[in-house]
Write a new protein. Structure first.
Length: 123
């Protein structure tokens, strides 16, 4: 897609996603430093804070090119209904929903053994 300056940028969503990332990363770093008794490094948190403008800026550029990730609400709406729920609602199940077995070839077994089961044991 081409750049379109009239496309809107979801600023709130970008900032919210970045804040969630920073919160989780901060908690993870805090747990790491407490668990390992290592010295606290301010550079890691400075890096987290400096990642904000980069994340939001890159997301804004992608939005101007037309890229927009789907929300969780949209992903849940697209999710196919499981076969058990479909049959309980009275809907008909189709054969396309159930996988079909491929036809047997010379490399696969047809279900019956090619060798006698009661072979005499060698002595």
């Amino acid at each position: 897609m081409a750049w379109d300056s009239s496309r809107t940028v979801p600023w709130r969503r970008l900032v919210r996603e970045w804040l969630v990332y920073v919160a989780f990363a901060t908690v993870a770093f805090a747990i790491y430093f407490v668990a390992t008794d290592k010295e606290f490094q301010i550079g890691l948190f400075a890096g987290l804070l400096s990642s904000g403008p980069m994340y939001v800026g890159f997301g804004a550029i992608l939005a101007k090119f037309g890229y927009q990730r789907k929300t969780l609400k949209q992903l849940k709406a697209e999710r196919p209904v499981p076969a058990t729920a479909r049959s309980s609602r009275g809907g008909s199940t189709t054969t396309a929903a159930t996988p079909t077995r491929p036809s047997p070839t010379k490399r696969t077994s047809t279900g019956a053994s090619q060798y006698r089961k009661n072979k005499p044991k060698r002595r």
